[in-house]
Every structure is written in C-alpha cells, then in structure tokens.
Design a protein around this ligand. Structure first.
Ligand code: BES
Ligand code: MN
Ligand code: ZN
Length: 491
C-alpha cells in the first residue's frame, strides 16, 4: 500500500501542496519545472494555482511518454495551520482524486510539510486522512461489489524511508481502528447480534494475540449480572459480555479498562420509542465499536501498556419475558435498581460492565456509550459529552481527543446530581430520575458503580453518527472515540 522513494516514478498521478509563503511555493514550482520541463513562473503571479485553503487544481502536463497528472492543493499559510485542518484538507483531496477513479498516487512530501512540522508527523496524518476519507461502508445491494481495490500511495521524499514507513503504518493503524468502528456501527442489528459481535472479537483476538473471554447467559447468572440480564430478558438473542485483554507490560498491573455500550438494537423496551425515534438504533453499539476499533489500533501498535476491553452486549426488545418499568433488579455490584424506564438500558448494561472491569483489577476506567438524547440536544454532533470523578485523568483524555480531532466537553458531576440517581423508595438506585439534565443522569448512574478508581464517561450519542458526508469520511457512522481511546493508551 505504501512506497517511500526519492525518485519520481513516471506512471503516477502526483499530489503537490502549496503554502501561501512565497519561498515555499517557489521551491515547489522549481522542483516541478526541473522534473517535467515546464515553466510555471507566470503562476507565481496569477491565482490559478492558488495556495488558498482547499483550492484543488488539476493540471495535465504532456510528456513524451504520455500525460502527467498533477493535483495541486492549496494549504493556506504554513504558520497557523492546525493538525485537524491539515487532516481535513488532505481528506478532501483524496476524496476528489477518488472520485476521478485514481487509485495509485504519489505525494511530494516536502510540499506538504508546514514549517516546524516533522515529515514523520505529516506522513502519519496523510496516511490516516487518506484511509479514513476514502473509506466506503459495505452495502447489501445485490450485484454490487463493495470491496474497493487496494490504494497505492507513494511518498516521494528525501527523508529516511524507514522512518517515514513507520509513520505511515501508524497512520494506517489509527485509520483501521476508525474504519472498524464505522463498519460495526453501520451493520444492521439482524446481522450484528451480540453473538456476531463476539465472533468479530474472537477473530480480532486471533489476529492480534489478545486474551479473549466471552461470558454467556449462564456465566452472567452465576456472577449476578442482573442489570445486563434484565435488558436482555425480552430478547431471543443471547447476551454476551465480551472481554479482550491486551498485555503489553511484563506484569499484569496498571490496567486501563475500556468499557463500551454494546446494545445492538434499542427499541426502548416497554418504554418503547416512537417509530422515528427507533430508526437508527442499530448504532446503539457505537461505544462497543469504538472500543473494538481502539483494540484494533492497539493490536497493531503493541504499546507497553495493559488494557482490558469490556463490552456488555444485547439488544433491548419487548416480549412476554421483557423487563418492565417498576421492576427491581440486582446488579453484579449487589446494588439494587428500580427500573423507571426500560429505555434507559445502556446505563444498566454499563453498570455490570464497569463492575466486571473492576473485579478484573481495572486501575482506571473509560466508558464509551451512545447513552442519551440529552447529549445530542446539548452538544449536537460536534462534541462528545464527558463526565469524570478525576479532573487530571479527564484532562489527559480531553487533550488526546483534541490532538486526534475528536473534541470532548466536560459536563458537571457533583453531589446534587449524584443524589438524583439514588432517589428511590424501593431500591438503592433508579435508572431514570427525570428529564432534567438527563445526559448527566446517565453518566451519574454509571458513576454510582465506580468504586475508587479514576473514571471518565464519554457519551457519543451525538457524535457517533453524522447526517452527511464530510472531508474525512462518509455519511453515517464516524467511528468517533476509537482514536481517542487508542491514542490515550499509546501516548
Ligand atoms: N440509545 C439511547 C440514546 C440515543 C438517543 C442514542 C439518540 C443515539 C441517538 C438511549 O438508550 C436512550 O434511549 N436514552 C434515553 C434515556 C431516557 C429514557 C432517560 C433518552 O436519551 O431519551
Ligand atoms: Mn434506550
Ligand atoms: Zn440505548
């Protein structure tokens, strides 16, 4: 997929970046001029080969052997460019080239390297942007092939090829994680059942040598996972608690738990959703998808860290057996829960997930979930909502999110909010206090199962799916938080 070379290979389509800075532009033009025997001097003055952000210009240069295609991409000023903008501009370029059905491209790395950035960093971002922006979701349309042919990218640079290769592979590992999360989120619930998700995790465990544990219904009964079991009660599909262990350190200590909500379909249960509210609820395992995506990246990068991934998975259905509002259930922690709303099912599944992670020695916990409509109202599709019991731990995650292009916003979490989830005449907790601050209530409920360890809760109900295609991906699942989770582990 990647080739690194310091020589121009004539068969390829070439990508050239243009920054506003005159010196940089001149240098790039000189290189093109000497290589293809053309005169670009006039372009220095006109705006036709513009360095304006996002300006894409395709230029055809006839050469003895045929035609050389060059895509010039305006990158704006090299001085105040951020990595998120950089990713997006490059993503847009690859999408454009993709729509021209070009699969084999070369990129002049020096022309894409802003002042004070390393070529290593740039090549990582380029690989990541290429693979996320051009990713295609599978369809079930008959007679259509969804597998795309392999893309070839040649990095044309004077830099040491081994170093650049490594960076490209890191970019690929990150993109693979995002795309895996997208893929899983996209699959319909009749295809991706809890058992199928467990199968997927099994394959991943084989590929990357993870330790795997899939708890079935009987294991859950033995462990007293009454919260997850309650959600599953109305389903004909068996529940699964999927557990992956990655040991990158000599000793099994200092363990980070990644807990992902794996509700493969959320009808709301007896507190049933409306027909439009239900549509799209195949994506209610977006948290699980992010965790599995992160594990994919971790499996490829093999950091010296210890990680346990915990995915409580089931669908939330109705039937004569289903759990009901007013039921009182007992979670794995021993805490009892008054069910006020069967549609607040994610927090029930997560409660047992978080308790299980702690029983396995988790030293810190990050949970990820498409948990509440409240967070969609509050933050829309632009930021993931968070809660924490530890500001320092949260700051670390927030910073990783910022650097990978997945912004996170902290919601409040104090005694007033904690008190709301404890309000019940009949049990220790209730699963749905009021409509007030219900994004916070969801997190606060999960927080009630976290003992002494640092914990960050990430509510991706608004960010895991988007309504339209964007520079770095298709319409639909975004794979959000896969990079933040793996980034936290790797950094
Ligand atoms: N899976 C939903 C949350 C959701 C809503 C995800 C919209 C993606 C888009 C969750 O299980 C749910 O139903 N939450 C309820 C909670 C309420 C009953 C307290 C909600 O947000 O309305
Ligand atoms: Mn629900
Ligand atoms: Zn749900």
């Amino acid at each position: 997929m990647f080739t690194v070379t310091n020589e121009w290979n004539k068969g390829q389509t070439l990508m050239v970046g243009l920054f506003d800075e005159k010196e940089k532009k001149r240098e790039v033009f000189r290189k093109i001029e000497s290589l293809f025997g053309v005169d670009l001097r006039t372009y220095m003055e006109t705006d036709d080969l513009s360095s304006h952000k996002n300006h894409i210009e395709k230029v055809l240069i006839p050469k003895n052997e045929g035609l050389v295609r060059i895509y010039f991409l305006g990158l704006g000023s090299s001085q105040n460019l951020g990595e998120n903008n950089y990713r997006k501009m490059i993503g847009r370029l690859f999408k454009k080239i993709d729509s021209d059905h070009v699969l084999s491209t070369a990129i002049l790395l020096e022309s894409f390297t802003p002042d004070h950035w390393s070529k290593e960093r740039c090549s990582l971002l380029i690989a990541e942007a290429m693979l996320t922006s051009t990713y295609r979701l599978p369809t079930f349309k008959t007679g259509k092939q969804t597998d795309v042919e392999d893309r070839e990218l040649t990095i044309w640079t004077e830099e040491d090829s081994i170093i650049i290769h490594k960076s490209l592979e890191k970019g690929r590992a990150l993109a693979d994680g995002v795309n895996t999360a997208r893929y899983l989120t996209h699959l319909p619930a009749n295809v991706l059942t809890a058992s199928e998700m467990a199968e997927f995790a099994t394959t991943m465990a084989e590929d990357y040598d993870f330790e795997l544990d899939v708890l079935g219904k009987e294991d859950m009964e033995e462990l007293g996972m009454g919260a997850l079991l309650a959600v599953n009660q109305g389903s004909v599909e068996p529940p699964k608690m999927i557990v992956l262990k990655y040991q990158g350190m000599e000793e099994w200590k200092d363990i980070t738990a990644l807990v992902g909500k794996g509700i493969t379909y959320d009808t709301g249960g007896y507190s049933i959703k409306t027909k439009t509210g239900m549509l799209g609820m195949k994506g209610d395992m977006g948290g699980a998808a992010a965790v599995l995506g992160a594990m994919e990246t971790i499996g490829q990068m093999k950091p010296k860290k210890n990680v346990i991934a915990v995915i409580p998975s089931t669908d939330n259905m109705i039937s004569g057996n289903a759990f009901k509002p007013d039921d009182v259930i007992t979670s794995m922690s021993g805490k009892t829960i008054e069910v006020l709303n069967t549609d607040a099912e994610g927090r029930l599944a997560l409660a047992d997930g978080v308790t299980y992670a702690q029983s396995k020695g988790a030293d810190r916990i990050i949970d990820v979930a498409t948990l509440t409509g409240g967070v969609v109202t509050a933050l829309g599709s632009w930021m993931t909502g968070a809660m924490t019991n530890n500001e320092d731990f949260y700051k670390e995650i927030e910073n990783v999110g910022k650097s990978v292009g997945e912004p996170i916003w902290l919601l409040p979490y104090n005694e007033d909010y904690k008190a709301q989830v404890r309000k019940s005449d009949i049990a220790d907790l209730n699963n749905s206090p009021t409509r007030k601050a219900h994004a916070v209530m969801g997190g606060a409920f999960v927080g009630a199962f976290v003992e002494e360890v640092p914990w960050v809760h990430l509510d991706i109900a608004g960010t895991s799916v988007v309504e339209g295609a964007h520079d770095l991906g298709p319409k639909g699942p975004t794979g959000v938080m896969a990079k933040t989770l793996s980034g936290y582990i790797i950094s």
